[in-house]
Design a protein around this ligand. Sequence first.
Ligand code: CS2
Ligand code: MG
Length: 402
Amino acid sequence: MKILGAKVIVCSPGRNFVTLKIETDEGIYGLGDATLNGRELAVVSYLEDHLVPCLIGRDPFQTEDIWHYFYRGAYWRRGPVTMTAIAAIDMALWDIKGKALGVPVYNLLGGKSRNSVLVYAHATGRDIGETVDEVERYRQKGYLAIRAQSGIPGLASTYGVPKDQKYYEPAERGLPSESLWSTEKYLRHVPKLFEALRNTLGDDLHLLHDVHHRLTPIQAARLGKELEPFHLFWMEDPVAAELQDGFRLIRQHTTTPLAVGEVFNSIWDAEQLMREQLIDYLRMSIVHGGGITAMKKAADFAALYHVQTGAHGASDMSPVCMGAALHLDLAINNFGIQEHMLHNAQTEETFPHAYFFRDGSMYPGDEPGLGVDIKEDVAARFPYERAYLPVNRKEDGTLFHW
Ligand code: CS2
Ligand code: MG
């Protein structure tokens, strides 16, 4: 089998997605998610102008050699654009391999290690009361694990809480919006949110929270300690993680489990965090972490240090990535949990998929390959519109982490 060509499909069924389609001389094609929220067209160019020409004529079964060819062959290694482009190629090649062999990709990664994939939903509210109600609504839907984010008294908006639309969509069309932040108001508020959640909903439900990179290590240590009575499943992205050493300070003070890595694109971004057991869950995703080939290696490294996976799965990653994630999640032994944000109806129409949700878990389905397709005629109805993630400032105007 040989690769005949590849095309990059950009569409915006409610939000922007980039999809790579690799076609072979035997009529089999594979799909890869190449979506990088807010920087989509950089990945399109990296693929179309630099990587796709080097794919033609190659054997699509050579996933390992092709991964190294593009990782080392660029000379300039790592980075979100590079690794998202490599990830898309890798996902598409695994899709082709599964289709050619007539097996779901999880059977090429070790087979089923469990019956299903535990997922967590996103519950939000403008205040504590609304958030408690929304968590209960998701529990009624069958979710066993739910992330809770609420508005913060005194702040007009904050990460994770929709302004108006039903589901939280961080990317906005036009130039970046700007929001104001107060660490003090946030730290005063969050423990009250989780006290209310536990008092109202009890102890069985897995509760998660995303700090979204906004604290210093000692502030994260304080929050982790104050949340200990509420036994969170995890506290996510407590600090901006360039300084992996910073997590030692958090670890010294709190037993609240830590989850980090959705912005990572290389195992080297998390190597010290895992080797020193400074985190409990690795959040790297297949689409931004270099693909299935890379994430299987990262998961195996994580397992040496008691670290489980907890892959990023926000709605700004396409159903192709969700499908790929579920195959890997089903196969690896040290799976922890999978994020599952619902996609809108237009996205579901554009990307038919075999995976499904049932009783708090998801299943990749047993179709050969990844089990996700793209309807190009439907995708064409939703043309790309540039969109940006917000920019965040402290109340005094200081540019801060979003
Ligand atoms: C968040 C995401 O899902 C999460 O944990 O951190 O909403 C993140 O902000 C977006 O994926 C950024 O594009
Ligand atoms: Mg997050």
